[in-house]
Design a protein around this ligand. Structure first.
Ligand code: SF4
Length: 362
């Protein structure tokens, strides 16, 4: 479904209008799709547990007739979210890794700085369900300042990932203040922004925003496309504006059952990203997170999927498949190194042939 005819183009492309006019109820959703009875039931049943909000732009990408549409399944509640006996609220134990409110530190030299609890929409598989969209978590400027003080006092921190929520939900002025504050800290070498807005609200990536970002290089952006249907002209233009501002853009997807867990879909996603100059960086194994059992794929199947991509598309189009754990990210990969035989190491090629490579000892 393209832009609804009653919405003027200048409104549709205005990111503030998109935020104000977000889909919040089953009735709003019916303006874009024919809601399934299970979706309507789940919207009501989950109202108190995890917010349901979608930008009109992202809603316009949904298949109106198919509740299994890969766009729809990412953001519209389903009753399967209610019957997950295994999932937990904080599978990475992020609360225990927080030296100061809003900061998560797993590695010595880098942190995730949760600057915002708001997103343009709420993904049903979100790792930070426990805090995003929750008004008790709204971050006040003085809390951000307390986290900045902690970074100033911690000289090992070289790399700061701004995340949330979504840091691009901030106004340009607030983002400029935050970036300027970080840039004044001599040991902060790079700033990364983790944002799904190029996917869910590409009109947020305005020329004015890019001018702000350019002033604080080196800035990197990691975004989050999960399916080729998200690779629209608008999203490509947003990524192009970032690239022209000198911002390298990477993609971190999540392996989601029935959405992108087959080879053809993942290949189309990765190749489409590369055409947009977005580097597929990580693909995460979905976490053992409450209400998400219906999204999880067995790790063995994920390993096989990425093994089958190897040799069948450009190497840099294949993301690293990883499991995030409380101890850091663990690569999940088929073991191509099969072992040593005397002075040789035996490796397996992408199509299963073995090669013996002479290998120095010691
Ligand atoms: S955009 Fe990211 S932080 Fe926000 S709900 Fe989706 S996965 Fe969670």
């Amino acid at each position: 479904m393209p832009r609804p005819p009653h919405v003027a183009p200048e409104k549709w492309t205005d990111w503030v209008w998109q935020m104000q006019e977000r889909v919040r109820t089953a009735e709003d959703l019916a303006g874009f799709v024919r809601p399934h009875a299970d979706e309507v039931r789940a919207i009501e049943a989950l109202a108190e547990r995890f917010r349901f909000v979608i930008t009109p732009y992202y809603a316009s990408l949904m298949d109106p007739d198919d509740p299994e549409c890969p766009i729809r399944r990412q953001v519209v509640p389903r009753s399967a979210e209610l019957g997950d006996p295994h999932g937990v609220a904080d599978p990475l134990d992020e609360v225990a890794h927080s030296p100061v409110k809003n900061v998560i530190r797993v590695y010595r030299d880098r942190i995730a700085f949760c600057v915002n609890n708001e997103c343009a929409l709420y993904c049903r598989f979100c790792l930070r369900k426990r805090m995003v969209g929750d008004e008790d978590w709204i971050m006040k400027k003085r809390e951000l300042e307390a986290a900045l003080d902690w970074i100033r006092a911690t000289p090992e921190i070289r790399d700061v990932l701004l995340t949330g929520g979504d840091p691009l939900v901030f106004s340009d002025d607030r983002l400029e203040w935050l970036l300027a504050s970080l840039r004044e800290i001599p040991h902060v070498e790079i700033v990364r922004l983790g944002t799904r807005l190029p996917v869910t609200l590409p009109f947020r990536v305005t020329d004015a925003l890019c001018r702000v970002l350019e002033r604080f290089h080196p800035i990197w952006v990691n975004t989050h496309f999960n399916h080729p249907k998200e690779l629209t002209r608008e999203a490509a233009e947003a990524c192009d504006r970032l690239a022209r501002a000198g911002v390298p853009v990477g993609n971190q997807s999540v392996l989601l059952r029935g959405i992108n867990d087959d080879e053809a879909t993942m290949k189309a996603l990765c190749e489409g990203l590369v055409r947009m100059r977005v580097r597929p960086y990580y693909c995460y194994q979905a976490q053992l997170l409450e209400g998400t059992e219906h999204f999880r794929v067995p790790i063995e199947r994920g390993i096989e999927l990425f093994r089958r991509l190897r040799g069948r598309t450009s190497g840099f189009a294949i993301p690293l498949y990883v499991l995030d754990t409380p101890y850091g990210k663990v690569p999940l990969a088929h073991p191509h190194v099969r072992g040593r035989e005397g002075d040789f190491v035996v490796v397996e090629s992408f199509d299963g042939r073995l090669w013996r490579e002479c290998n120095p000892n010691g």
